[in-house]
Design a protein around this ligand. Structure first.
Ligand SMILES: NC(=O)c1ccc[n+]([C@@H]2O[C@H](COP(=O)([O-])OP(=O)(O)OC[C@H]3O[C@@H](n4cnc5c(N)ncnc54)[C@H](OP(=O)(O)O)[C@@H]3O)[C@@H](O)[C@H]2O)c1
Length: 264
């Protein structure tokens, strides 16, 4: 996906993946910088450790305590987080106005954290539902201090009557759990199909498979759905803007990503 964008921009650059052991991140980043790399993406499990290694971080990275994009400058390592942009931009392009929207986020892990933060920042009314209720409550509590005047989102455990009511009333349902991701394609996140109404938009962060069990249920009810591929593409495009100042060819990126997923 990134290399497709680099080719489309006519740049003599390459994007490569390295597997780095958790205790080697600092050396790896120092090495990349010494080798003249313009930057790097960090993914699981490096986003939080990476945050602590940066000399400077963006506001979003600070709010989430996590960095997914590193920009090397002469003197510094600057950490950004493009996951929030990646989640919000496809919704914006789809014409979704989040201000005042009743949204339920399923999940309370790293991805849910970025999603909840982005939704709150856009003025949505957010409820978190997670299998582990305590983890949902902790995420809600941490978000209350992130945003000015934030009272924090509501947080419920899976299967509770509060969770059912929140999903029934919501206009946007986001799956930020790993339930339904290949190879466990029949797994459903913590939501009962009968809770989902036809006017709810369902966004699943999963992109493998391209249509999840949750999305299939929602589509059968006539709901609008979106998978995780646009988020993947937009967070990556924003990284390219930060590293190179280019406007990436989004269509080329999406096509390359879809092709790579189909072949994997
Ligand atoms: N599209 C994108 O660009 C993008 C970006 C980031 C992540 N993602 C996707 O988002 C998902 C979550 O990633 P993450 O980084 O947040 O992972 P994580 O930090 O490990 O969190 C996993 C979350 O999924 C829940 N979960 C896992 N298996 C479940 C099951 N069988 N039933 C119910 N809940 C389950 C966990 O609930 P408990 O707390 O109860 O364990 C937790 O809330 C993954 O599928 C990942 O591929 C997509």
């Amino acid at each position: 996906m990134q290399n497709a964008a680099l080719r489309a921009a006519g740049l003599d650059c390459a994007y490569v993946a390295f597997r780095v052991a958790p205790d080697q991140l600092e050396s790896a980043l120092g090495g990349l910088r010494a080798l003249g790399f313009v930057g790097a993406n960090l993914t699981i499990p490096h986003k939080e450790t990476g945050f602590r290694l940066m000399s400077e971080t963006s506001d979003e990275a600070k709010s989430l305590g996590a960095v997914n994009t590193v920009v090397f400058t002469e003197e510094r390592m600057v950490g950004h987080n493009t996951d929030v942009y990646g989640f919000l931009e496809p919704l914006r392009r789809d014409g979704v106005n989040l201000a005042g929207t009743r949204a339920v986020v399923l999940g309370a892990g790293g991805a849910a954290r970025g999603v909840v933060y982005g939704l709150l920042r856009e003025g949505a009314d957010v409820t978190i539902v997670n299998r582990n209720r305590e983890r949902a409550a902790l995420l809600a509590e941490s978000m209350a201090s992130v945003l000015p005047n934030g009272s924090g989102p509501a947080a419920y455990g899976a299967g509770s009557s509060d969770a059912a009511e929140a999903v029934r009333k919501c206009e946007l349902l986001v799956n930020a759990t790993a339930a339904g991701m290949a190879p466990n394609v029949d797994d459903l996140p913590p939501v009962e199909p009968e809770w989902i109404g036809p006017d709810t938009m369902v966004a699943d962060l999963i992109y493998r498979p391209p249509v999840t069990a949750l999305m299939r249920i929602a589509q059968d009810k006539g709901c609008r759905t979106m998978n995780g591929l646009p988020m993947l593409v937009h967070q990556g495009a924003e990284s390219l803007r930060l590293w190179l100042g280019i406007e990436p060819d989004l269509a080329a990126m999406e096509q390359a990503a879809a092709q790579a997923l189909a072949n994997s």
